[in-house]
Design a binder for this molecule. Structure first.
Ligand SMILES: *Cc1c(COP(=O)(O)O)cnc(C)c1O
Length: 360
């Protein structure tokens, strides 16, 4: 079997052990004689699977008891609307930090529901850093402050959790479970699974239950966090197979030494890649300021853009896939999520050295 090194931004690679385990029990899950995707979400077998996944996630991220953990559908993009629907709580404005493509989409979606104030932005410099907290214009009357922990397209990431006097909302779509996060500093954290947590179809929401008291009247029941919390995220049929694979991935994270160990491994991969870029004498360029560089997504360009196509073609032929940058920015992007091992990144940096030797 020839497995590619998969640097896709999402859906992305799953750990081989998880794929093997799912393969092994594909036809007969937990002695039921049925695939996990063929059983009722109301069955004891599935409810136990769901309970275990929540428990594992709580343990890995040290989630305090007064937070609810939900496994929803609709992706992170639906959260862009679901957050204001549920968390405005009688207020008319919310603060957003604008740090890249994804925060831009969150701002656009929230503008339907409230007066969005951009409290800080790096747009004028092409989203090459996280704006200094000293320059943020925070509104004490905001319903919440929203930030995008890791900008998947621009490759910028917060190095510390913002301080906020209002509930802090985090789009952690491409970074949740890749590094520790101080849940208690947040009102709500959301992440679709298809980056570091599992396959597409499940969206993890971690929310302080104190914030669930006043959704907008128009909020459909399935988008109402309080209703979903009471129904254990099963108000309607959930994405059972994705939930199951997410559960297996959480077990894999625990087995791999937990979140600190995962974080160290991710830092080592990112360091190797940035070192390769920075020591290339300008052949490869990452435009992000050093303090804001992402450990999840590493975008870079070639000084000679005419070489990009060849780079991508040869990389693909060498079994290094998913390296094409997002359409909005072009260039190259290596997403090095949890399931990407150091050997994959070494294969990439070896390839980059070779490519530079021949074309530099
Ligand atoms: C991928 C991503 C999203 C969108 O996720 P969908 O599940 O496709 O809606 C939102 N925010 C960030 C930071 C992302 O990386």
């Amino acid at each position: 079997m020839a497995r590619s090194h998969n640097f896709s931004a999402g859906p992305s690679a799953l750990p081989m052990e998880v794929l093997r385990e799912a393969h092994r029990e594909f036809f007969d899950f937990a002695g039921t004689g049925m695939s996990v995707m063929e059983i009722s979400h109301r069955s004891g077998t599935f409810i136990e699977l769901a309970r275990q996944a929540e428990q594992d996630l709580r343990t890995i991220l040290k989630v305090p008891d007064h937070y609810r953990v939900l496994f929803l559908q609709g992706g992170a993009s639906l959260q862009f609307s679901q957050v204001p629907m549920n968390l405005l709580r009688g207020k008319r404005t919310a603060d957003y930090l604008h740090t890249g493509l994804w925060s831009g989409k969150a701002i656009q979606a929230a503008s339907r529901y409230c007066d969005v104030r951009v409290a800080g932005s790096s747009e004028s410099s092409g989203f090459d850093h996280i704006p200094d907290a000293a320059d943020w214009q925070l509104n004490p009357d905001a319903a919440y402050l929203h930030y995008t922990e890791n900008e998947t397209v621009h490759g910028v990431q917060f190095s510390t959790t913002p301080d906020a006097a209002v509930p802090l909302v985090c789009d952690a779509c491409s970074s949740l479970l890749s590094k520790p996060i101080d849940v208690a500093k947040h009102g709500l954290i959301y992440a679709a699974a298809q980056k570091n947590i599992g396959p597409a179809g499940v969206t993890v929401v971690i929310v302080d239950e104190a914030l669930l008291d006043a959704p907008l009247n128009v909020t459909p029941d399935v988008l109402n966090y309080a209703h979903q919390a009471r129904a254990d995220s099963m108000l309607n049929t959930p994405a059972t197979f994705s939930w199951y694979l997410t559960g297996l991935t959480l077990k894999w994270i625990s087995r791999s030494g937990g979140i600190e160990q995962i974080h160290r491994a991710n830092q080592a991969k990112a360091e190797l890649l940035y070192r390769t870029i920075d020591s290339s004498d300008g052949f490869y360029v990452n435009p992000v300021q050093a303090a804001s560089r992402s450990i999840n997504n590493v975008p870079f360009v070639l000084a000679d853009p005419a070489l990009e196509k060849t780079f991508l073609q040869l990389a693909d032929r060498a079994g290094l896939n998913g390296l094409k940058g997002h359409a909005s920015v072009g260039g190259i992007r290596a997403s090095i999520y949890n399931a990407i091992g150091l050997p994959a990144v070494e294969a990439l940096t070896d390839f980059m050295h070779d490519f530079q030797r021949i074309h530099g």
